[in-house]
Every structure is written in structure tokens, then in C-alpha cells.
Design a protein around this ligand. Sequence first.
Ligand code: PEP
Length: 250
Amino acid sequence: MSEQMIKPMLVANWKMHGSVNRVDDFSALKPNSAQVDVILAPPAALLNHASRVLDDSWQLAGQDCHWAQEGAYTGETSPALLREMGCSHVIIGHSERRVLMGETDEYVHDKITAALEAGLTPIICIGETLAQYQAQETFITLASQLFHGLPKISAQHEIVIAYEPVWAIGSGLTPTMQEIQDAHDHIRTFLCTHWNAKKGEACKILYGGSVKPENTADILALPDVNGALVGGASLEVASFDKIIAAIAAL
Ligand code: PEP
């Protein structure tokens, strides 16, 4: 269990939703960045607009990146270009990419390396499927994804982990508070061994999966939860504002 005070992080993953107008609506929100790091991950095509209209209280993230900085990869997004568009972070290994696009731990490994080389902080998503949860394979799944996904150079850089049970994403279902804490504790213990205790203790471990205004305070109060990655409830200004407020009130 982490004893450290870590500034919480809140990531809005818009997936393939959003529009120029929606970014404009969100520009009215001014999160207190001294209390919480708020990061918007809009579709890549909206990043340029977002970097112009959101003020300094926001940070930006890509939702994915390629493992090369440039090349003949039609339709892909370069980590170097994400950096140029004003991103500080990039989500890597989201379960929708793992499940729908066949993204393996090896791809995740190479994308993390490329993101770090471009100066981005990767937000690495890991989590078990419903079948793995029911077979009580959550811990072994998380350890395997970290072991195979984390490149050696991760030890020298800031890394953010997002624990997202696949069965909780967009479903309205969440694990119990004890299950979330146990999974985060397991991830932290792994990181402390894999890197070292100081780095493992300082690593931000976010929870994602049906976070909404009503459950934010309970989830964020867990000792090893350092923030949230939010999909559906990040799409409306009102609900996202309530989540920011719940975190700021902790
Ligand atoms: C996600 O997209 O990573 C996510 C957690 O979505 P939701 O909040 O809708 O479950």
C-alpha cells in the first residue's frame, strides 16, 4: 500500500466521440491544476483545436500512438506528432484496441518505447476480461500484461498505469471497492519489485471502468487509487465537472 501523497489524475477518454463544438463547451471548465491533473484525450483529429481553446489548467493526451515516429503507416498517429500537437500523455493498450484491433503486449511494449522517446508520458491500460475475472485470474493477468508490456527504459521515466477491468468498461458494472484496492495493491507491489520501491510507490495507478459522479469519491478514497480514467461520463460537461469536483473535495 502506498503511503505517499500523490496528486490525483483524471483522464477523459472521449474515444471516437466529440466534435469541435464539444471541445468549445469543455473550454468553459477550468480545473484547479494544483489539486488535480485533468487530461483530455479527444480523437486525434480534435487535438489541434483542443490545444488552442483549452487553457493551461488542462493537459492533452492521444488515445493511441504508433511504434514508429514516422513512416509509411497510413492512418496511424505518430508519437512525435502528438507531442507537437501539445500532448503530454498518450493512452496505450486500451482494451478496445487490444480486443478490437488485436493489439498484443508486444505492440504495447513497442508503443510505450516510442512514446517515451518522443517525450510523452504513457498511460498504460491493463485489465482482465470477464472470463478471467470469473476464473479468478485477475492478478496473474495484470502481472503478465505488465511483465510483457513494460519496456526496460520504463524504469527511467514517468509512467502511469490505468487498471481497467474489461467487463467494467461502458457496462455500468464496477468491481467492489475491496477488489479495486486489491488489484491496485497488486499492481503497485509488482511495480515496486520490477522497478524499485521508490518508483513503484510514486507511480500513479488510475482506475477506469464505469466511473461516474456518484462513485468517484468512494473509488478515489481507496489508498492505492491515484485517479480515474473516464469514458462515458467524460462526454458531458456537467457530469465531468462533478467528477472533477468530487476529486478536488477529497
Ligand atoms: C474507458 O474508456 O477507458 C472507460 C473506462 O470507459 P467508461 O468510463 O465508459 O466505462
